[in-house]
Design a protein around this ligand. Sequence first.
Ligand code: NAD
Length: 353
Amino acid sequence: MNLSFVYQGSPAHIVFGEGSSRHVGEWVEKLGASRALVLTTPHQKAEGEAMATALGGLAVGTYDNATMHTPVDVTEAAVARVLDLKADVVVALGGGSTTGLGKAIAYRTDLPQIVVPTTYAGSEVTPILGQTEGGEKTTLRSPKVLPEVVIYDPGLTLGLPVAMSVTSGLNAIAHAAEALYAPDGNPITALMAAEGMRAIRQALPVITASARDRQARTDALYGAWLCGSVLGQVAMSLHHKICHTLGGSFDTPHAETHAIMLPHTIGFNAGAAGKELQPVSDIFGGTPGQALYDFARSVGSPMALKDFGLKEIDLDRAAEIATRNPYANPRPIDRASIRALLQDAWEGSRPPL
Ligand code: NAD
């Protein structure tokens, strides 16, 4: 076999285990810091305050206005608070929105970040930052935004609502599925992607039946780490491009959009990347798109874009935006076939492959 690849491991520290969030203070000190600003969304304000209290003299305050899609005005207000409080590290406690705020602060100030993830989005292990300003979402890649320390504590995910657990878990599977056929993929990312999918495949049905099952929460968070890691390491294709278009231009919700699009985009690519997508068939059973569709339905995922404010009339423009710039994808992309794929996802019908 002619094997040839480039692999670069992440320099981040990954700390995993139930109760590990009790050690945030030790990691603040290991980073040489002593003035942590704890970030959360308004919804997780109480958890952020509890984290600051637990940090005692190592915390200088909280900022609880993290917002989906990292609006620049929110970041600027947070940076002003960082400067005012002379913070020397940010601790982001929450999902991708809070992680995004921490990254945006780090991008502007070079402060180190500790992330304590409470969803399965995976942003905490990527050097990618998406930001919005004036209704436009732009994405950048920079080593400056990769968090230095990630502390995965499954205990903090026990209260993640089932519906969010399902869509967030499918969001993670989407990273792994596209990593399998990434043009810059390698044997390590393929192993991580398959293992991440397997862990989430095992966890979600248990979580839907018993949301506080500790083993399933551990499996799901472990899978989220692996799936997020491959998102950070290799290029994404059609699936992420379409979700970015739908979220950025039509304001569809992040995790739900990924969950709905996943069977359709992977089904679209299945004929051209059958060998690469074999782990999807092995883990979910069936042809990749249909197997993912049946799995998503079985765990109660939303299935149709029409349920999320997107109008049928928007699909033409979405197909146009998603095919405007070329990018690597196993199957060649043209506007008509992307428009047809979007129609299926809008209606929620089972993909043909
Ligand atoms: P989110 O962070 O917006 O969280 C949604 C809501 O759930 C928030 O109110 C949050 O406070 C709440 N929440 C989070 N964890 C909870 C828990 N355990 N219990 C109860 N409530 C909880 O959602 P998300 O899907 O994690 O993140 C989406 C954002 O992340 C988007 O802006 C997306 O673009 C970004 N993202 C970025 C990357 C990247 O690599 N840059 C990767 C994935 C996602």
